[in-house]
Design a protein around this ligand. Structure first.
Ligand code: ASP
Ligand code: MG
Length: 423
């Protein structure tokens, strides 16, 4: 069997949704599990609803949610004829849950409400797509992934309970896949053991698809995107960016970790653990070969350039001049764990550590306050992290010429430079 993932951009217009049956026809007769994201910018729109609700702007939140409904209802009118009533009923059930919540006053953490509201983006999109495919003659089963993906209650960045999820996958998904079955389900969302909805972090649908591929021992996972395949740089910023036809897991996990918008960084591990190839293909032209990512050593790769903006530079100096060595360092890592902080670059000297991380103000403040017990903490915003794998000296020099370098780390394989964003 195969696992497919369609992201928000692949289902953001009527034409693109209508293109799905053509893609799926190429795989007819094979069991498929299809993970779909929320359509287009729905997740962003729902984030705004959650923000307004939490800020106490109830009417504004309801109006913004009405807009989300309208957009999807219009699609249903256009795409679905025979099952229109049933589809509308299912959508109304999904909408109602959010509206009930929006009529209350927030009493819990923001992240909890975020997940209860934002999760409906994928429930709505999969409901519409499942109905549309059925109408196009592609029988399929719609599954609420929250019945399968059990997570903890770390809202907005929930961790999957793999044991429970594996059992549910066996019990719920596997029987639906036998006899060439097609299953449509959501990425990015899950549920706690108390039936509260959770999300796995932005762009988490790739990760959902990879976990399913692992649990189902899939032949492959295909991520359908609006680009030809994985490129060595963002073509919007680097017009000379080129397609890479073949990569190995290590390359991709590093690229993703350093901030390339190719694939969610957590996607690779579940695939690598079972040697399942990952194909990145273009839904605009399924004939194009795309990129294959698998377990092999790939030689002669071009430089891979990743730019991560909005970085914060932090310098921590031990208060009493004790060496960074064992204890301060392990305390520091405990703080990272506690505040879910992932330094993008870290460097240590005798009595100080320098690092950079994404600018997430709430986390930063809590972390800085906690770290201040043992360190003098210096914090500067406004940096960009440039990472180049397989770099050449000239390329690095060209890209950093005339810029102020705050941190630099280099191995024979990769160079990372933290630059002032403004010059
Ligand atoms: N819809 C979610 C997001 O936009 C998850 C995903 O697309 O992977 O982040
Ligand atoms: Mg996406």
């Amino acid at each position: 069997m195969k696992v497919f993932k369609f992201g928000g951009a692949s289902v953001n217009t009527i034409e693109r949704i209508q293109n799905l049956p053509t893609i799926l026809a190429r795989f007819s007769g094979q069991p498929l599990l299809i993970v779909v994201s929320a359509m287009g910018k729905t997740t962003n729109a729902l984030e705004k609803v959650a923000e307004a609700f939490y800020a106490g702007h109830q009417q504004e939140a309801l109006e913004m949610f009405r807009q989300v409904k309208r957009t999807h209802d219009d699609l249903v009118k256009y795409l679905i004829v025979h099952n229109a009533l049933a589809t509308e009923r299912m959508l109304n059930d999904i909408y109602t849950e959010v509206e009930w919540l929006l009529h209350d006053k927030p009493v819990r953490d923001y992240d909890y409400y975020y997940d209860q509201i934002v999760c409906v983006g994928e429930l709505i999109s999969t409901t519409i797509i499942s109905a549309f495919l059925a109408e196009s003659g592609i029988d399929n089963s719609w599954v609420d992934v929250r019945d399968v993906f059990r997570t903890d209650d770390n809202f907005r960045d929930a961790n999957i309970d793999l044991v429970y999820t594996a059992t549910q996958t066996k019990e719920i998904i596997e029987p639906l896949l036998t006899d060439q079955g097609i299953v449509i389900t959501q990425g990015f969302i899950g549920s706690t053991d108390e039936n509260e909805s959770t999300t796995l972090g932005r762009e988490g649908s790739d990760y959902t698809a990879a976990v399913f591929a692992n649990l189902l021992d899939a032949d492959s996972l295909t991520i359908w995107k609006d680009v030809e395949g994985v490129m060595n740089a963002d073509p919007k910023a680097f017009p000379s960016a080129e397609i890479i036809r073949e990569l190995n897991y290590d390359e991709v996990i590093e690229m993703a970790f350093y901030g390339a918008q190719v694939i969610h960084p957590k996607t690779i591990k579940p695939l690598q653990n079972k040697s399942i190839p990952l194909l990145v293909k273009c839904f605009l032209n399924a004939d194009l070969p795309g990129t294959i990512i698998h377990n092999s050593s790939v030689k002669g790769l071009p430089p891979i350039i990743v730019v991560k903006s909005d970085q914060v530079f932090i310098e921590l100096h031990t208060k009493d001049f004790s060496f960074i060595g064992d204890e301060p360092m392990s305390n520091l890592y405990a703080l990272f764990g506690q505040w879910h902080i992932k330094p993008n670059l870290i460097q240590s000297g005798a009595v100080s550590v320098q690092l950079c991380m994404d600018n997430k103000p709430e986390k930063l403040e809590k972390f800085a306050a906690a770290a201040a017990a043992a360190f003098d903490v210096d914090l500067e915003k406004g940096f960009t992290l440039l990472s180049i794998r397989h770099y050449k000296k000239e390329l690095l020099e060209g890209m950093t010429a005339g810029k102020k370098i705050r941190l630099l780390q280099q191995t024979p394989e990769i160079v990372q430079v933290l630059l002032n964003s403004n010059n």
